[in-house]
Write a protein that binds this ligand. Structure first.
Ligand code: KMH
Ligand code: ZN
Length: 274
């Protein structure tokens, strides 16, 4: 039997609206319900963004706190706070939940570079990243490193050298954002082969590549992220009824490829959180 698989469910994101899909969870209650469905379908990690009462992307610590508590009441999944937020969020806003929510999440995301993000700019200049890295070290959060482009892996290596990120790191290759690296198997293989020794990885394909790169990721021995944040369709022309069907499909593929689903305890070890 091959090594256990971790499935991350990215259930909301910072860009989508109900105009894109009516299945998008927005309130803490809806997010917790969706997280619970994803955990039941096989996800061990919930990648969390939250929205305000109007459904607008928010980094309000109180909303993160409420949503985290509801998820923990209802299901046994690890919760990962987004520190990427939405492109409109300031650095202070993005860090606020990490500093203020107590007890905090199991871990956090950490994006390693500025990039075009669709028609917007996702701003992550070096001073911002240094502040984020130092905050995570001081607060004891192991970040999952979000890699959208090849140069970000070189930044990872520089941050490791400076002691700002500790080994072994777990990275998430998010491929297919317009402005980042394309969602191809060739790119995924290049990135995996370029990882520092001992690092582990997840792949998140954007759009239709969520299915194909997810299947490749499982076959290659990596981990996989699925969910509405990256892809709203179950198949061409058919909206997914939330993120849980996308998780369930990955769990089925994993079963066929002889990858057992990790337990939550195994997930802590596999992602270097234990
Ligand atoms: N919403 C994107 C601009 C993360 O969650 O850490 C950034 C993002 C990354 O989603
Ligand atoms: Zn995100």
């Amino acid at each position: 039997m091959s090594s256990p698989l971790v499935i991350t469910a990215a259930i909301c994101g910072g860009e989508l609206t109900r105009d894109d899909t009516p299945h998008l969870p927005l309130t803490p209650e809806e997010l917790a319900t969706e997280a619970t469905a994803c955990a039941a379908a096989g996800a061990q990690v919930i990648h969390l963004h939250v929205r305000d009462a109007a459904g607008v992307p928010s980094q309000d610590p109180a909303i993160f706190d409420r949503t985290l508590r509801l998820i923990r009441e209802r299901c046994d999944a690890l919760v990962q706070f987004s520190t990427g937020g939405a492109v409109t969020a300031t650095a202070e806003e993005r860090l606020a939940p990490v500093l203020q929510v107590d007890p905090g999440p199991d871990f956090v995301t950490f994006s390693l570079g500025t990039m075009n993000f669709g028609r917007d700019v996702f701003y992550n200049a070096v001073p911002l990243m240094e502040t984020f890295a130092k905050t995570f070290l001081v607060r004891g959060f192991k970040p999952e490193i979000e890699i959208f482009d090849a140069g970000m892996l070189d930044t990872l290596k520089r941050f490791i050298k400076k002691g700002l990120i500790t080994l072994p790191a777990h990275v998430d290759f998010v491929l297919g954002v317009p402005g980042g690296m394309a969602a191809s198997l060739r790119n995924l293989l290049f990135l995996v082969e370029s990882l520092p020794d001992g690092c582990t990885w997840t792949v998140a394909g954007v759009g239709a590549a969520q299915l194909t790169l997810g299947a490749h990721g499982i076959a290659l021995g990596g981990h996989v992220r699925v969910g509405l944040e990256d892809n709203i369709y179950f198949r061409k022309g058919e909206l997914s009824q939330g993120s849980a069907p996308l998780v369930a499909r990955m769990a089925r593929i994993a079963h066929e490829l002889d990858r057992p689903l990790a337990t939550v305890q195994q997930t802590r070890q596999l992602l270097h959180l234990a």
